[in-house]
Design a protein around this ligand. Structure first.
Ligand code: ADP
Ligand code: MG
Length: 273
């Protein structure tokens, strides 16, 4: 079994980030090392101020133990980290490891703004971390923050994507995740210098955890040998199915992450084929 390190926040209530990545990657037959980068009572969208446990003294001890126990990983998926110190710690750990495929979702902000608690130093730390990545998955806001280009909701991808590619190592790929085209939402990346786009109809509403789930799906498919051109459209289809299922549930609480039933069935069907 392929061993994947998944490092991101664990929000007890809300069904996003680590809680969403684990079932997705388990269904894809990965052996997952689930490493919370911080512990929260809920995610940060709609429950008021969560109780947060900072793990910056625990995480160095984890890495020391893993080194001593000679534990290593074939792949890594990095999501929300939370502090410059921890981003640098992860960077150092990944540099010392031989990870065949590292996917980084450089979680920094949305809708043109940094998330609260983050500043310019955090963006600089994230620029360092993405140098270890084979694939990065910024949204449009994060792409602008990382490159320093002005934010536009509908950016010039022929400018933004090459600027992102300059921040990652040769051969690595930058995929921008919340790109709108007409009534589609999807992802854009470069292949042979040309802008590629894959999208699905944008369904009404805003959902928590779509980005985390998309990152887990893409990391999982790429690790199984699917090309970007195969993995990204499949991931967009599955996320569309997850949002459609969420809509069909007519939830009375909109804060919970997207429904994963259809997506997990699609994964299992693909694995069986
Ligand atoms: P996040 O803000 O959680 O990082 P994104 O907005 O980047 O997530 O969404 C990630 C992916 O989820 C998109 O690329 C798309 O495939 C899917 N998605 C998100 N919102 C919708 C929606 N309203 N309708 C259909 N698909 C969606
Ligand atoms: Mg995102």
């Amino acid at each position: 079994m392929t061993k994947m390190l998944v490092a991101e926040d664990l929000s007890a209530v809300g069904g996003i980030s680590l809680s969403a990545a684990l079932p997705v990657l388990t269904a894809m037959r990965y052996q997952v090392a689930a490493l919370p980068t911080s512990l929260l009572s809920t995610h940060t969208s709609g429950y008021g101020r969560p109780a947060i446990q900072d793990l910056s003294t625990w995480l160095p001890a984890v890495f020391d133990h893993w080194m001593a126990a000679k534990l290593d990983f074939d792949q890594a998926l990095i999501g929300y980290v939370g502090s410059v110190e921890l981003v640098d710690l992860l960077h150092k750990y990944l540099m010392a490891q031989q990870v065949a495929l590292t996917v980084v979702d450089p979680v920094l902000g949305d809708l043109g703004e940094l998330y609260s608690g983050f500043d310019g130093d955090y963006v600089m730390a994230m620029r360092r971390l993405i140098q270890t990545a084979d694939v990065i998955l910024p949204n449009v806001t994060e792409a602008s923050l990382l490159t320093g280009l002005p934010y536009a909701a509908d950016p010039d991808l022929a400018v933004l994507l090459p600027a992102l590619q300059k921040l990652v190592k040769p051969g690595a790929h930058a995929i921008i995740t919340d790109v709108t085209r007409d009534d589609l939402i999807g992802c854009a990346w470069l292949a042979d210098g040309q802008v590629q786009y894959s999208g699905q109809p944008r369904l009404p509403g805003h959902y928590n955890g779509t980005g985390d789930t998309l990152a887990a799906v893409i990391a999982g498919l790429l690790g199984q040998g699917y090309s970007l051109a195969q993995a990204v459209p499949l991931a967009n289809q599955w996320l569309n199915a997850a949002v459609a299922e969420t809509l069909a549930e007519n939830r009375d609480d909109e804060r919970q992450g997207v429904a994963l039933g259809n997506l997990l069935r699609a994964i299992l069907a693909l694995q069986a084929s």
